[in-house]
Design a protein around this ligand. Structure first.
Ligand code: IVH
Length: 719
């Protein structure tokens, strides 16, 4: 429930009709607001469990006073109306919602209802298909004569958003259906989602680039799909499970289970856990099995779905308001718990960002003991979102508060709401420090050039000597995507830094030489032995040679994630050229070096300025030079600028026969071109193999030059 109301709500069976009417209007408005935040802004303001509570209360009041149900009631609507960002497309068959079951009894009731409706005998149990309920966003894919012609989101169930170009970039979605006898019209529906590991990696990249960070894999999938720039969607690791259908000109099977098998044969990924059950017991066993497997699945689910198997029975059962009578979602209990916020600790990151961490009275959430939760930033504590709008009803978080902690999958636990009734009388608004807790320097919020508002992050200004930043930079330096030194992780860096053994990257490479000089030998330290030290030194030796892109990334410069590091490496080729260019670019925006840097495709002013700032600092240049005295950096293969396709945008389509798509893309990139997944006015060449469909048509429409595979080979010189 929302945390604002002080009084506990009146029990539904005690409400007068007038109270019920007022309450229904209030609930409808509140639910609508949350629908908007969830579906159109991809930024829910309350937990799923709190949302379900609102819906449950509204449904319960309506069940008691059926005369108060109106067309605007949440029970009569699905999702939110399309946002207007994309063209609106009507659904030939509406995309409806599912009723919820929360207890075993609710499930037994569901099966009883089905049995009564169909007038089945006492011992006639309808076969039921049970499958995980994927926590993503639903999508409808229309195929005509086997060709993908339209992809649409659910929207309000009757009309969604046209995301055709975006869905074409998702590998799990076939552009052409497989097999013979494909019905002329086929609408396949399912869920777009993101693997938890992909979500975490994406968020890491986004945070490095100081771009939008998503709250969970679902929002991340929704935000990634609904991008105006299709190349952004293409760069996001989206996946798709097919589990139902919309309009079908013919039905290839007679049961739900056989339909799923057919959908899979047609080229889709269906959920491998989908099971045909013969009794309520089996259904509930499935639920418990999936509940225990939940954390290991790799993707988020929020329950399981049961569907009557026979399609003729589904048809007879039909719908009640906006949900089918033949299906129900059995939801998992939310992974939330209530505990006390004992303290707020400020951590200082590699780029000086001050991040508040909630220190909690230990509490078990979804089977894991949680003691720390992220509080994101200063505004989040105040109850203000990234967009300046109030979150959590605008309630701030104070030390001493009783808070609701949520753990969703592998995501870092977060505080979703405050139990205001438990707020201690003397609880004070939290004062976010304005000086760095590690070095005492000023910590400031720069202005975000995009919004003109103060950046959500407060940063320590002492880049040079703040010990916390230096230590975090070292952790980044040895991380897996950077120098990746076996046996030298966060824990060892923490220890070596505190003891003054490793204070800057070069110290790692002189560690062996210095061993035992000023402190006792590493092998004699607690937790080390001769073998582990030998292995550590060998691992360090093995990294004395490193690729340029990794080297650049390892420096930990603001805004330079792995992607930008690769672009820079490919552009400059050698570490010497890179170093010289960065220093030269410091001469000013009008210097040739700066213009060259800023002109690299994918490198904008923010990135260019971050590099210039870093290399303007003599201390940084010294750290780089000291390091270069100990290691050798391998040159990168430079992107060609003299090839016939340098700077061009190429799209490969159809089933290529003379080379694989990956080979073709690699050739294009090696020769300085960019391989893209979709055709636009900016495309220079479309290379079309046999069976090319809509991309070829689009190229012809836009007048983009189309090449056969042979013509492409001739152009790139058989490369
Ligand atoms: S079947 C008539 N199966 O849950 C409704 N839905 O709450 C047919 N969902 O809009 C939907 N996994 O976005 C179905 N295995 C599954 C699902 C699933 C996730 C979503 C879907 C739907 C929502 C309903």
């Amino acid at each position: 429930m929302a945390t604002k109301s002080k009084k506990p709500p009146v029990a539904v069976d005690k409400l007068t009709e007038t109270q019920a009417k007022v309450e229904l209007v209030r609930l409808a408005l509140e639910i609508e607001r949350h629908n908007e935040a969830y579906y159109n802004e991809d930024a829910p303001k309350i937990s799923d469990a709190a949302y379900d509570e609102l819906r449950k209360r509204s449904d319960a009041i309506e069940a008691r006073f059926p005369g108060l149900v109106t067309r605007d009631s949440p029970s009569q609507k699905v999702g939110a109306a399309p946002s207007g960002r994309f063209a609106k497309v009507p659904h030939a068959v509406p995309m409806l919602s599912l009723g919820n079951a929360f207890t075993d009894e609710d499930v037994t009731d569901f099966v009883d209802r089905v049995r009564r409706f169909l007038k089945l005998g006492e011992n006639d149990i309808p076969a039921i298909v049970a499958e995980p309920k994927i926590d993503g966003l639903s999508l409808s894919l229309r195929y005509e004569h086997g060709e993908l012609v339209r992809g649409a989101t659910r929207g309000d169930g009757f009309a969604g958003e046209d995301v055709t170009a975006n869905v074409r970039t998702i590998a799990d979605i076939p552009h052409k259906l497989k097999g013979r006898n494909i019905p002329a019209v086929c609408e396949i529906r399912g869920e777009v989602y993101m693997l938890k590991k992909d979500f975490l990696a994406l968020n890491k990249r986004q945070a490095e680039a100081e771009d939008t960070v998503f709250a969970n894999p679902r929002n991340s999938a929704a935000g990634s799909l609904r991008q105006k720039d299709v190349s952004v969607t293409a760069s996001r690791p989206l996946k798709f499970f097919a589990y139902t259908w919309g309009e079908m000109s013919e039905m290839p099977a007679k049961t739900q289970f056989k339909m799923i098998e057919w959908i899979e044969k047609a080229g889709f990924v269906t959920n491998p856990l989908t099971t045909l059950c013969d009794s309520v017991d089996e259904v509930l066993k499935f639920y418990r099995k999936i509940e225990t497997q939940r954390a290991k699945l790799g993707y988020d689910i929020d329950g399981v779905v049961y569907k009557v198997d026979r399609l003729d029975w589904q048809e007879r059962l039909g719908f009640v308001s906006r949900s089918p009578r033949w299906a129900i979602a059995h939801k998992f209990a939310a992974e939330q718990a209530t505990t006390v916020l004992n303290d707020i600790e400020i951590q200082v990151g590699r780029t000086g960002a001050l991040t508040p961490v909630a220190k909690l009275a230990p509490v078990t959430v979804g089977g894991v003991v949680v003691q720390n939760a992220t509080l994101h930033n200063e505004d989040y504590i105040k109850g203000i979102g990234n967009d300046g709008q109030p979150i959590r009803e605008g309630v701030d978080i104070r030390v001493g508060d009783t808070v609701v902690v949520q753990r969703a999958g592998d995501v870092i636990p977060q505080i979703v709401s405050v139990v205001m009734d438990n707020r201690p009388r003397d609880a004070q608004p939290y004062k976010f420090p304005t000086v760095c807790p590690a070095c005492g320097s000023h910590a400031v919020r720069e202005e975000d050039p995009k919004t003109g508002r103060p950046d959500s992050v407060r940063r320590c200004t002492n880049t040079l000597a703040c010990p916390a930043q230096a230590k975090e930079r070292l952790k980044h330096f040895v991380a897996r995507n950077a120098f990746d030194i076996d046996g030298l992780g966060d824990k060892q860096i923490e220890e070596f830094f505190t003891d003054g053994l490793v204070m800057s990257p070069v110290d790692i490479f002189t560690l062996e030489k210095r061993d035992g000089r000023s402190q006792k030998k590493l092998a004699d330290r607690e937790g080390y032995g001769a073998t582990s030290v030998r292995n550590l030194f060998a691992a360090i030796e093995a990294r004395r040679t490193i690729a340029l892109a990794r080297f650049i990334f390892a420096l930990g410069i603001r805004h330079i994630g792995e992607g930008n590091a690769k672009l820079l490496a490919r552009h400059y080729g050698t570490v010497e050229a890179f170093r010289a260019a960065m220093i030269a670019a410091g001469a000013g925006d009008d210097s040739e070096a700066y213009r060259d840097l800023n002109g690299i495709e994918g490198v904008g002013t923010v990135v260019a300025n971050a590099l210039v700032e870093f290399f303007k600092e003599p201390h940084s240049v010294k750290a780089v030079d000291d390091l270069l005295g100990e290691i050798s950096v391998q040159p990168a293969e430079k992107a060609k600028t003299d090839s016939p396709i340098a700077g061009k945008i190429v799209v490969f389509t159809g089933s290529l026969e003379k080379f694989t798509r990956d080979e073709a893309k690699a050739t294009a990139e090696r020769l300085g071109a960019k391989a893209s997944g979709s055709v636009s006015k900016k495309t220079d060449y479309v290379v079309a193999g046999p069976g090319a469909g809509s991309k070829l048509a689009e190229a012809n429409k836009l007048g983009v030059k189309v090449l056969t595979e042979d013509e492409w080979l001739a152009l790139v010189g058989g490369a």
